[in-house]
Design a protein around this ligand. Structure first.
Ligand code: DGY
Length: 437
């Protein structure tokens, strides 16, 4: 790809601001118009960092609005349906979350019944570090930290009842990487829904070659139906639930967020909470060793039903860098894998290894590059002192956006952008990467 002369062009910065404003629905940001017309959990956390570059007060509102969706048990759902939209399936009626799940039964917005990668604490710490004293008072920040800790505790108890240090996901949507080939084998156990009359909306808005397949959607919907039947209650969801996976991406992000939450809570002198976080951080650190495959010198996801590592190389397998979960040797192996991909002229970081048989460069999580994942990997590399590779990923991401526009995801050969356009977290990541040294 031919580099653009000025990646930090003021007009692009202005465009990024306008996209966030365009997608503002009064205190929260939709990922893009129509395709995703609600507040999404990890999108929103990343958008808050984007807003913070030009409107600190608005950035904190994003977080307040997101936390309005929190359940009584601490879970922070992956979608908050603040208002109705005809454009998205499955909507709040399909999820049909019982009122008893909500803290405030009257005012609570409708939500989905699963969660998403918990990047929020990391984003809150970034906001606090870069912000002005006046943007949020410390008592509110403390409350926000407590809410996030409650969410993390939900992960630890509901999704890791045996306290192994690794939490499971019960739906591919919970990984945020819906149709990653890493889930293919595990999804074989999941039957398709018997509901033959539902209508997907995504493929009427986006070319179906860029979206998950129908057979995958049929299984996504089956899992929603099963979870709904059990009222999303982890005590009622039995061990024979057909999809249970240790997602290395989500677990790495959770670890990173635990570290950031610890730093925040330490400032407030919250001793018992810090102690609790430190214990969990240690537990996860030890457990991560099980996800390293010494033969292939690679971190992998794990299927909790078969107990086997899922030997599919995806961008999530590099997120232990972001979670500071790798030892020196593992870091070197990850760096060398990324360099190998780059030597073959692939821009970094394809969501699925371009050497995997399931690689599809334009289909959602089966190949395309996602800017927010690049931000996380580049952050992780920098923290391990791999500044050159970190910078390469940062510059390539900026080049993709400046050359092709603010898309949802990009072809790893830099040919085109796909999915939704005027995409909020792409705009946010552009602003973040422009300012990163
Ligand atoms: C979708 O609808 O594609 C989302 O990724 C689910 O959260």
């Amino acid at each position: 790809m031919k580099p653009k002369e000025n990646l930090y062009h003021n007009s692009l910065i202005e465009e990024a601001h306008s996209i966030l404003r365009l997608n503002d629905r009064g205190g929260y940001t939709v990922p893009t118009e129509r395709l995703y017309p609600y507040q999404w959990n990890w999108d929103s956390a990343i958008c808050a960092m984007g807003w913070h570059h030009f409107d600190e007060a608005r950035a904190w509102n994003e977080i307040r609005m997101l936390l309005k969706g929190q359940w009584a048990n601490g879970m922070l759902p992956h979608i908050i349906f603040h208002q109705d939209s005809p454009d998205y399936f499955p909507n709040a009626d399909v999820w049909n979350v019982p009122k008893k799940c909500f803290l405030d039964k009257v005012e609570h917005p409708q939500t989905s019944g699963i969660s998403q990668p918990p990047v929020l604490a990391t984003c809150v710490r970034k906001l606090q570090e870069a912000g002005k004293e006046s943007a949020i008072n410390s008592s509110e920040l403390k409350q926000i930290c407590m809410k996030i800790l409650k969410w993390h505790r939900w992960f630890w108890s509901a999704r890791d009842p045996e306290n192994t240090g690794l939490v499971s996901i019960l739906h591919p949507w919970e990984s945020g990487m819906d149709n990653s080939p890493a889930w293919d084998k595990s999804l074989v156990r999941v039957p398709p829904t018997l509901n033959s009359s539902y209508k997907r909306q995504d493929t009427s808005l986006i070319d179906s070659s860029q979206r998950p397949l129908q057979k995958e959607y049929d299984r996504y919907l089956y899992l929603v139906e099963k979870l709904r039947e059990k009222e999303y209650d982890s005590n009622k969801i039995s061990q024979d639930f057909p999809f249970r996976v240790i997602d290395i991406g989500l677990n790495s992000i959770l670890q990173r967020s635990n570290l950031d939450l610890l730093a925040l809570m330490d400032q407030f002198g919250m001793i018992s909470e810090c102690h609790e976080l430190k214990k969990r951080i240690e537990l996860a650190r030890d457990a991560f060793a099980e996800l390293w495959d010494p033969k292939h010198e690679h971190f992998y996801n794990r299927d909790e039903i078969s107990g086997e590592l899922i030997r599919v190389s995806t961008s999530a397998c590099f997120l232990p860098l972001f979670g500071q979960l790798a030892n020196d040797d593992q870091v070197l192996r990850m760096v060398s894998t990324l360099e190998k991909w780059a030597e073959q002229q692939f821009l970094l970081v394809p969501s699925t290894s371009p050497f995997d048989t399931n690689y599809e460069p334009q289909r959602y999580w089966r190949g395309p590059i996602w800017p927010h994942v690049n931000w996380m990997i580049s952050e992780g590399l920098k923290e391990y002192g791999h500044n050159e590779l970190s910078k390469k990923i940062r510059m390539q991401t900026l080049e993709l956006i400046s050359k092709l526009g603010f898309h949802e995801y990009y072809h790893p050969l830099g040919e085109s952008g796909f999915g939704g356009d005027s995409f909020s977290w792409t705009a946010a990541v552009y602003l973040i990467l422009c300012k990163t040294g």
